[in-house]
Design a protein around this ligand. Structure first.
Ligand code: IMP
Ligand code: MG
Length: 177
């Protein structure tokens, strides 16, 4: 896998240090009582696992499957909810976790849906945010790292389903064919 990577953008030690800081902010900001965390699959899995183990308070976890990229490098422009059942989130303070804020469509669509489903408040955290103009007005409350507008993989992020298990965030080499 390393051979497919052109350069490492953010290495593991840097990510871990940043997660320590974000976990402290979340711990400080969130109101008393059990948190409800919603993980967007599959991209936010690695980020969520590493972040949540740093948050020392009671929390419940739900996962949602949404699709917008269909495996390639371009957002399809439409966000589809793939789950048959939606978790009961009525009256809850929700922390929504995603891997990356790109066009903003995913966070926008999911946050709106959570509020429609009765969430009291939705806070959002992303490992990465691309510096670019977004298709939807949306900001994350917690951002691990701002990056340029390029396609990255690793630490949960995939290209065609691969590279999620790289322990760092990197840029892929251009396809050789
Ligand atoms: P958005 O809806 O355009 O903000 O994109 C959100 C989703 O697109 C993320 O949850 C990722 O799954 C995917 N995505 C966006 N940019 C990248 C990237 O650079 N690498 C891998 N996946 C990406
Ligand atoms: Mg993806």
């Amino acid at each position: 896998m390393r051979d497919d990577i052109e350069r490492i953008l953010i290495d593991e030690a840097v990510i871990e240090k940043r997660l320590d800081a974000i976990a402290k902010e979340i711990e400080r900001d969130f109101p008393e009582g059990p948190m409800l965390v919603i993980i967007l699959l599959k991209g936010a899995l690695v980020f969520a696992a590493d972040l949540l183990r740093r948050v020392p308070r009671p929390l419940e976890i739900e996962c949602l499957n949404v699709a917008s990229y269909h495996g390639g490098m371009e957002s399809s422009g439409k966000v589809n909810f793939l789950d048959r059942h939606f978790p009961d989130i009525r009256g809850r303070h929700v922390l929504l976790l995603d891997d990356i804020l790109d066009t903003g469509r995913t966070l926008h669509a999911v946050s709106n849906r959570l509020l429609e489903e009765g969430a009291l408040a939705v806070h959002t955290a992303v490992l990465l945010a691309k510096e670019k103009e977004r298709a939807e007005e949306v900001q994350a409350d917690y951002v691990g790292f701002e990056i340029g507008d390029e396609f990255v993989v690793g630490y949960g992020l995939d290209y065609k389903g691969r590279y999620r298990n790289l322990p760092y965030v990197g840029v892929l080499k251009p396809p050789s064919d």
